[in-house]
Design a protein around this ligand. Structure first.
Ligand SMILES: NC(=O)c1ccc[n+]([C@@H]2O[C@H](COP(=O)([O-])OP(=O)(O)OC[C@H]3O[C@@H](n4cnc5c(N)ncnc54)[C@H](OP(=O)(O)O)[C@@H]3O)[C@@H](O)[C@H]2O)c1
Length: 334
């Protein structure tokens, strides 16, 4: 089902769409099919979660970051009602309204909180998200995470009803394991789960692997969040700068005191591999995911990071480099 087009913005686009420079040396970002349908899901996107503390300065920087992404051809934006308690959606809506009419079109994804999974709550959550985003429909709507207290038998039909109304283009989930996916799929009629967004990167993959295999079999696109391991795979924290307490909290397992030195050692070995191949370290991290059929949703909190991310995406690591990176990240030093 094709959702109704969002209301065109009353404001004029600041820059004509045809003046948008290409996303990378390689032209526009490739589109991936969803559930064997037409190709419409960009292969890489920008996530709008960890953008600071939502001070006026942080908000101005975030808007500039989103605007740079729009200008450089990024079209998939990932947000959630819980990010900044709605501020992330509102900032995204503001910037995209100024770029209305851009081609290719935007692909906006947001998420219903795990605290809003009862049917009446879902409807209200979507209405509020759409209001903040300034749209009549969203391209992708995900359950942010399951809540064991609310049966999926309640949640999934409510989402399907919104999908049938055309308010949701693609239906998805996040942080779902195989059993939860099976259960969720059981409670859908005509609609299908077409996306599962999970934490997946070179260092953090064991939990995601069985899910990836299930998704591959079911034609569900795996979106990889934290693809740069919160910046480690962009070279952060490799030169002795300690990881911030906030970062440690966000990726507890990766940054836990015992595992951290080993992770940073492996990241340094990956950086050396990338340097030898004349590539940015992030290119190795992102193309490793791409090679595994996952679509990375990358965090960038300033415009220069958007440029770095697109430079990394435009690079082309060889299969041999990616195989070696895979081995190094697993701890094989031979
Ligand atoms: N579904 C879920 O439960 C869930 C959970 C987590 C994330 N997500 C989504 O996934 C997105 C990405 O997640 P993430 O932020 O954890 O991912 P990430 O891409 O692994 O890390 C992003 C962070 O890396 C740092 N970074 C990025 N580019 C850099 C560069 N060129 N040089 C140095 N550092 C750089 C930045 O840190 P600084 O900002 O500190 O500079 C940035 O915020 C989120 O925004 C969100 O949309 C979803």
């Amino acid at each position: 089902m094709t959702p109704p087009r969002p209301k065109p913005s009353a404001r004029r686009p600041r820059r004509p769409a045809e003046a948008t420079p290409p996303a990378s040396g390689g032209g526009p970002i490739e589109l991936l099919p969803l559930a064997a349908g037409p190709a419409r899901h960009p292969a890489i996107g920008l996530g709008l979660w960890g953008l600071g503390r939502w001070t006026p300065e942080d908000e101005a920087r975030t808007k500039a970051t989103i605007a740079r992404a729009v200008e450089r051809g990024i079209r998939w934006f990932d947000t959630a009602e819980v990010y900044g308690a709605g501020r992330s959606e509102r900032l995204l809506g503001d910037v995209l309204a100024r770029a209305a009419g851009a081609t290719p079109p935007f692909y906006v994804a947001t998420k219903v909180s795990w605290e809003h999974l009862r049917p009446a709550q879902i409807r209200a959550a979507l209405v509020n998200s759409l209001e903040r985003l300034g749209r009549t429909s969203v391209d992708e709507y995900l359950i942010h995470a399951p809540d064991s207290r609310v049966p999926l038998a309640e949640t999934m039909p409510a989402l399907e009803a919104l999908w049938k109304e055309g308010r949701i283009g693609a239906l998805g989930v996040s942080n779902f394991g195989v059993e939860e996916l099976e259960e969720a799929e059981r409670h859908l009629g005509e609609a299908r789960i077409v996306v599962n967004q999970v934490r997946y990167n070179l260092f953090d993959r064991d939990e995601a692997e069985p899910v990836r295999e299930y998704c591959r079999r079911r034609g569900i696109l795996l979106e990889a969040y934290s693809p740069l391991a919160r910046g480690v795979l962009a070279g952060r924290y490799l030169d002795g700068r300690p990881a911030a307490a906030e970062v440690r909290r966000r990726l507890v397992r990766l940054f836990d005191a015992e595992r951290l030195p080993e992770v940073l050692d492996r990241a340094r070995a990956l950086r050396a591999l990338a340097a030898e191949a004349e590539l940015p370290l992030a290119a190795v991290a992102l193309h490793w995911l791409r090679g595994r059929g996952a679509a990375p949703v990358v965090g960038a909190s300033r415009p220069e990071q958007v440029d770095d991310l697109l430079a990394a995406w435009a690079a082309q690591p060889t299969a041999a480099v990616l195989d070696r990176a895979d081995a190094i990240a697993r701890g094989d030093r031979a």
